[in-house]
Design a protein around this ligand. Structure first.
Ligand code: SF4
Length: 723
């Protein structure tokens, strides 16, 4: 088959899909009427592809008919009403885009009839955003069809996992799917394992496409209808590609043309002609690789992915993709901590001469010396480091990485930290030869790999005798307490330098967080100490110091140097930013926020909602809807993306009245903040405030909230007007 024959096949597929969509839509309108509502759950972007490309907000079947008129134009190589038209490859990519848009309508109709599901919510995109920007996810592989056999499926998915690439599984051939192949081999599936099955029909691939198209709207500050910029964004910043296996037909080719228009190359094990670079792809457009051992490498090369390779000398696969893996009871070989035994982990700085780099010492029994019935051991993990640039402030930051580093090992589960730690080792990992010393090997290698700028030496001592663990614990406990004191004692006034975090600029080019001791980054992942450590480690990295300089307004939290820095680094879009206000030049938000603050004018107060809360809030919007107003690196007075712990800060919207403004938060979040929030309420002289902050069991609508606040005499009722 020639390249031209492939394109002809795609043109035929586009025609089939267009016809099918018209028929399906006509039928739906006949049955339900043009005013029948249509849409996807948990999104602000209507039918996202259509919204992004044509700026049409599809709400009814009648709107879909209008969209089909636009589709027919581009299908026939004419410009749509907003000018949408691609001139590449003699216009053939327009057929691909028309196919994608039709497929989006088809799945929306499927949702209407409850015959199709799999739509990926805005919340999921936000949750993955931070992992994409910090490199924990290097790419997204959309795997269409089953592999040639079960072993090949496992090989491919393990290769992707070890390169931190998420596999999304779609399609079937004769009832066989990639998912079933993995299940046959007992591979654990789920987002935590970087494997997401979407649907057994090929149409489900559209959910990945209409998920990817939201990234430029959510993070890139782009508006629906800016189709040229949106396509540029997906081509350059969304690290997705397609792996087409075992089967192809005209509709898959037509969809493939649309996918190529978005910049996502296709790698296949099929005998088809290859297509070199086209205008929309970074490198080759269609590549054949029949050797499954080489497919992952070929994908990385073709999409131009930046993959962090981690080679650690342990007998199990090691990568970020294994971080979320659980070790269940049936798979358990041995566990430490939790309810099973006493365990803790502690990292401290020692003089150079006391640390022998690479030394891993085990005192007590190893796991292969236990009787078959013995399932637990006490454990102390003592990590000692030294380095000319090492500071005591860095110790908790490095110690916190033990959680991540241990979890990256396949077959290991690490939960908690300090003396709340719980570690499990699976039978599989044990049978592959994993022993306790390998925890030391991992910590030594990873601390060097990520923190070599501040560390020169690392040694790890492991203790499994109860008496040793108990004897060593008081020193660790003393250090934990001192650290808590040190961090909680830090205030913005005690430092002359804040830090920027510009990590999210790869997605949201105009956004940066300004991190202060009393205000974390809005994703909750970076404190001031983290940002400072990160700058020390990598001075040219994403965290830069900002000398506060002259104060312009200490109540609002405005400094000249901070404003100048933000102006410069926001591509000259934001000239003034207040650290402590939600209504007066608030910070921008990228999309990774843990929570959103929103003013409720009717009560003169502020509510907060966390990402996991799915229901309606008293401001009349769900988290998803609110998120649509906040992200994209713009200032939105009255709305602000924040971290959960910001609520506990003394600088919590202090320019707007502080904690006393807070009138509502989800019950789960209130329970999470619990005693710490009660303590803050006492500190501000409002010991009853905790109970006066409503949750969804007390108020869901504004009127209910007003009544509740009046009943409990919330202090906000006596405060000055917020806006
Ligand atoms: S601190 Fe801000 S910029 Fe940095 S990763 Fe978190 S949300 Fe993104």
């Amino acid at each position: 088959m020639s390249a031209d024959a492939v394109i002809q096949l795609g043109i035929k597929g586009a025609e089939i899909v267009l016809k099918l969509t018209k028929e399906a839509l006509d039928k739906a309108i006949k049955e339900k009427g043009a005013n029948q509502a249509v849409g996807f759950p948990e999104t602000n972007y209507y039918l996202p592809l259509i919204n992004a490309f044509f700026k049409i907000e599809v709400k009814t079947l009648g709107d879909c008919s209008c969209v089909l008129k636009e589709v027919e134009k581009i299908y026939n190589n004419q410009a749509a009403s907003n000018g949408f038209k691609l001139d590449y490859l003699g216009g053939v990519l327009n057929k691909g885009i028309s196919t994608l848009v039709c497929e989006e309508i088809l799945v929306a109709l499927g949702h209407l009839n409850k015959q199709h599901s799999g739509f990926l919510s805005d919340t999921l995109l936000r949750a993955l955003g931070i992992q994409l920007v910090d490199g924990r996810i290097a790419g997204i592989a959309v795997i269409l069809g089953p592999a040639k056999d079960d072993e090949a499926a496992v090989q491919l998915v393990r290769d992707f996992q070890s390169k931190s690439i998420v596999s999304i599984l779609v399609g079937n051939v004769g009832g066989n799917t990639f998912k079933k192949q993995l299940e046959n081999k007992k591979v654990e599936i789920g987002l935590d394992n970087y494997i997401v099955p979407l649907g057994e029909d090929y149409l489900s691939a559209i959910y990945v496409v209409n998920w990817a198209i939201r990234a430029p709207l959510m993070y890139g500050g782009l508006k629906s209808g800016q189709w040229q910029e949106i396509l540029k964004y997906t081509q350059n910043k969304v690290p997705a590609f397609v792996v087409l296996l075992s089967h192809v037909d005209e509709v898959i080719v037509a969809t493939g043309l649309g996918v190529l228009a978005m910049g996502f190359p296709i790698i296949t094990d099929l005998e088809v002609p290859q297509i070199g670079k086209i205008d929309t792809t970074l490198f080759e457009a269609l590549v054949v690789e029949k050797d499954y051992k080489k497919i992952a490498a070929k994908c990385i090369e073709t999409r131009g992915l930046k993959v962090k390779v981690t080679n650690i000398a342990v007998p199990v696969p090691y990568a970020a993709a294994f971080e979320g893996e659980r070790v269940r009871k049936e798979q358990l070989q041995v566990e430490f901590g939790g309810k099973a035994s006493t365990a803790f982990e502690f990292l401290s700085t020692k003089p150079m001469q006391e640390v022998e780099d690479g030394k891993v010492e085990l005192n007590g029994l190893d796991i292969d010396q236990l009787k078959e019935t013995e399932k637990s051991l006490p454990l102390a993990i003592i990590v000692e480091v030294s380095g000319r640039k090492m500071q005591n402030d860095f110790e908790p930051i490095l110690e916190r990485q033990i959680h991540r580093f241990v979890n990256y090992a396949m077959g290991l589960m690490h939960v908690g930290q300090r003396d709340m730690v719980w570690i499990r080792i699976s039978k599989d990992a044990f049978n592959k030869g994993f022993r306790l010393k390998h925890i030391g090997v991992i910590l030594h290698a990873m601390l060097h790999q990520e923190y070599s700028a501040i560390l020169d030496k690392v040694q790890v001592k492991l203790y499994t005798k109860q008496a040793d663990v108990e004897k060593l614990f008081p020193a660790a406990k003393k250090a934990y307490d001192e650290r808590d004191e040190r961090i909680s004692g830090m205030i913005d006034e005690s430092v002359d330098t804040f830090y920027s975090c510009e990590l999210c600029q790869s997605f949201a080019p105009n956004h940066l967080c300004v991190i202060t001791p009393e205000r974390q980054g809005l994703c909750g992942a970076y404190s001031w100490l983290d940002a400072r450590a990160s700058h020390e480690i990598s001075p040219t990295g994403a965290n830069k110091p900002i000398k506060k300089g002259a104060a312009l307004d200490l109540t609002l939290g405005q400094w000249k140097n901070v404003n100048d820095y933000v102006y410069d680094r926001s591509n000259k879009t934001i000239d003034t930013v207040s650290m402590y206000s939600l209504v007066n030049s608030p910070s921008t938000s990228c999309g990774c926020f843990e929570c959103i603050l929103a003013v409720i004018p009717e009560v003169n107060g502020v509510m907060i909602v966390n990402r996991d809360y799915p229901s309606m809030t008293p401001c009349g919007m769900t988290f998803t809807t609110l998120a649509g107003s906040v992200g994209g690196g713009v200032q939105t007075p009255g709305f602000l993306g924040v971290s959960r712990l910001y609520v506990l800060s003394k600088k919590f919207i202090s320019a707007d009245g502080g904690l006393k403004r807070l009138v509502w938060m989800p019950k789960e979040m209130k329970e999470y903040l619990g005693d710490r929030l009660k303590k803050r309420c006492e500190e501000i002289g409002e010991p009853d405030l905790f109970d006066k902050i409503a949750d969804e069991t007390q108020a869901q609508a504004t009127e209910e909230l007003v009544a509740f606040l009046e009943k409990v005499k919330h202090p906000v009722l006596g405060m000055a007007a917020l806006i």
